[in-house]
Design a protein around this ligand. Sequence first.
Ligand SMILES: Nc1ncnc2c1ncn2[C@@H]1O[C@H](COP(=O)(O)OP(=O)(O)OP(=O)(O)O)[C@@H](O)[C@H]1O
Length: 279
Amino acid sequence: MICIEGLVKKYGERTAVNNLNLTIAQGETFGLLGPNGAGKTTTIRILTMLTRATAGTVTIHGYRLPQEELAVKAVIGVVPQHFNLDIDLTARENLNLHGRLHHMPRAGREQRVEELLDYVELKERGNDMVNTFSGGMKRRLMIARALLHQPKVLFLDEPTVGLDPQVRRRLWDLIRRLNADGLTVLLTTHYIEEAENLCKRVAIMEKGKLIALNTPGALCERLGSYVVEWSESEGMQYRFFASRAEAAAFSGILAVNATLRYTNLEDVFIELTGRRVSG
Ligand SMILES: Nc1ncnc2c1ncn2[C@@H]1O[C@H](COP(=O)(O)OP(=O)(O)OP(=O)(O)O)[C@@H](O)[C@H]1O
């Protein structure tokens, strides 16, 4: 469980995180969304102790940070946004090196490395250099590396950025499997579809503040479960309705061709932030 209370992070005059309050339950897959500069990465950096908060309290699995740094480090795994594997080593060597750096005893370490290569479906490529790997394979290896010490909470910062849709879906399966195996997963993403598919609840941040927090379904329902969209000279227009009948009635009186569909999380995001997220 992650408890965030009154979290503030200032960089000089700029407030990157502005009084964030959030509780993430054990075993939950939780998504942090927001436009560029909303404060998502800063929040993750605080939770993973890469930077210190200006104010507020955070506990992870009952351990307070930064005071109980070592205990927190033992229960969290971090998969950063940018690839930071050693590309001149094999997959197996990358994992072993990481284990050695974290003082894992050899016997347990080697067994765990094999288990994880298997888990992320890289067993046959274990002896290949990472510089021969595709983006999806590198990301899976980074996830394996973050799992070496058997953390309880996994932080994934933009886990599928730059990957093609098929590879992205394969990673989604892996993230679902992690969650089914009991891990709490906190991810940031620009892909609204990703949050909708993977996350039990999502938080939308803007300018450092939380502007929405709920299940994707409840956020859509609040806006209206049905949307009518049509094109006008100034751009696409949207109207939201609680029922299909109301949406159909409205669509019927429009003088132009319109589409009636279910509201999705991207609609919620645009209504709240006024921005379309680029893929
Ligand atoms: N090291 C830093 N020094 C100064 N300002 C920073 C620093 N890191 C982030 N910021 C500022 O804090 C705000 C939040 O940035 P952050 O990177 O957390 O946003 P984000 O939601 O992760 O954005 P993105 O989607 O672009 O990654 C931005 O205004 C950013 O310019």
